[in-house]
Design a protein around this ligand. Structure first.
Ligand code: SF4
Length: 457
């Protein structure tokens, strides 16, 4: 495979909208200019990252979208479409739609002002596409507009991610899956699945928005803003991601499975020695990012032996179930007056039975809920006495957590409203942070409130 070219353009300080426009122009000029990617009349589709209703760095900066759309039209594009679908956590967990996120964050307004059509992928037609060389998936319901367009652009943020270490151009395509595929995608074979998607169609251009990056327990409200003031661009999504990973201070770029597998499967160049970096160099811009807990501590650190009121019985569980058990531990630790048993994995042991009341038994994940071996007897008891809770799922993602939350709330052990208030406080940091770097921005609901108050005076 020929060497890939990746550009890095960094601003000395927080750029404004005009400077962001210039930076994007320079980043694309350095890899051949927009006309190399777009011919007159082309239909262009941009897959952005707007998975939850929080401002950057949770989502791509709307000013990045506007500048990119304008530059595509300048290069002769016939029609530019911005598309996205929110995460399952946003849709099923919080009940918020893609349309809501795009409206509330002001992304739709900016994109439409620049001339783009904005579409929510859940409303779009899908076609069944085969992946003959797919190792994890052989067929997928692919959004037709992304399959048919002349130019496909990948527009991710630059973030750390609790499950996959980082989320950049490759992980951004998780958003094109339908809900069911998306929901059950976060398993051990997740990265291979995403790499397989790129065998259908690779983006022609990837532009990573690293103006405000994210570190820590990303990719959502658990992370922290880390300003980088840069853009990374390339025709090779794998190479763009590898350069971004190195800029985030992660020396071994192959510790990110997407890049290791994509390089192996020849989807792109993941090895830095096969990439020419133009513009700023990695060593000039790289900064140490705080990694997610899951990558700083062993899997069991936040689970076994950590919470005084929880007996975890885990056997034969994968990383995803360990992560979910950690989340369960954090939730149950807020109910210190009760003692719980949490069963996880394909073969947890219960040689002497359980030491907590039956109503405080939580069976987490499909493997444990399948109730083989010693769990079978316990499961039968739980069903007969209608005590305890089974929370299936593989992995037992957000809906499983919701089942347990509901069960605890019904028993008066969990105050969901208090939990929501805590979460709101955490997410407020993103609103406060982003308002500082762009004082012209307000979420749509706040704008409407101000207008109503002004009308009333
Ligand atoms: S339910 Fe079983 S297979 Fe699925 S993530 Fe958990 S341990 Fe792994």
């Amino acid at each position: 495979m020929e060497k890939s070219v990746v550009s890095i353009v960094k601003a000395p300080n927080t750029p404004d909208a005009k400077e962001m426009d210039q930076m994007i122009r320079k980043a694309i000029d350095l890899i051949g200019g927009m006309k190399k990617f777009v011919s007159p009349g082309d239909t262009v589709v941009i897959k952005g990252n707007f998975f939850a209703p929080y401002p950057p760095p949770v989502i791509v900066d709307r000013r990045t979208v506007a500048a990119l759309v304008r530059q595509l039209y300048e290069a002769g594009a016939g029609q530019v479409t911005l598309c996205e679908a929110v995460s399952v956590g946003t849709k099923l967990g919080r009940g918020q739609s893609t349309a809501y996120v795009l409206d509330e964050m002001g992304v739709r307004d900016e994109a439409e002002k620049a001339g783009a059509r904005v579409v929510c992928l859940e409303d779009e037609e899908r076609i069944q596409v085969s992946i003959p060389d797919g190792k994890c998936i052989g067929q997928v319901a692919y959004p037709k507009l992304m399959y048919d367009c002349d130019v496909l652009i990948d527009l991710p943020c630059m973030k750390t991610h609790g499950m996959t270490l980082v989320t950049l151009g490759m992980k951004n395509f998780q958003g094109i899956l339908n809900d069911e595929e998306k929901y059950y995608a976060h398993r051990d074979d997740f990265e291979q699945k995403i790499v397989d998607l790129f065998k259908i169609r690779k983006p022609d251009l990837t532009l990573i928005d690293g103006i405000t990056a994210m570190e820590g327990n990303g990719a959502g409200e658990g992370g922290l803003p880390h300003p980088m003031n840069l853009y990374i661009a390339s025709a090779d999504v794998v190479a763009a991601d590898s350069v971004a990973i190195a800029c985030m201070g992660i020396e071994d770029v192959f510790s990110v499975a997407f890049n290791r597998i994509a390089d192996y499967d020849a989807v792109g160049n993941g090895k830095l020695e096969n990439i020419d970096v133009v513009g700023s160099q990695i060593d000039e811009v790289k900064e140490e990012f705080l990694l997610p807990d899951a990558y700083r501590y062993p899997d069991d650190r936040m689970v076994t032996g950590t919470y005084q009121n929880i007996d975890f019985r885990i056997g034969g569980a994968c990383k995803q179930c360990w992560n979910m058990a950690g989340g369960m531990g954090r939730m149950l630790s807020k109910i210190p007056q009760e003692r719980f048993t949490v069963l996880v994995g394909s073969d947890p042991k219960l040689p002497n039975g359980i030491t907590t009341p039956l109503e405080n038994v939580i069976v987490l994940g499909d493997c444990a809920c399948a109730a083989t071996g010693c769990i079978k007897e316990l499961r039968n008891k739980m069903l007969l006495e209608e005590k305890g809770v089974m929370a299936p799922g593989c992995p037992p993602y957000r809906p499983a957590t919701a089942i347990v939350e509901r069960y605890l709330a019904q028993r008066g052990l969990l105050n969901k409203e208090a939990g929501k208030a805590g979460a709101q406080k955490k997410t407020q940091q993103f609103f406060d942070y982003y308002k500082k770097i762009d004082p012209t921005w307000k979420p749509k609901s706040e704008q409407k409130k101000t207008e109503t108050e002004e009308d009333a005076t």
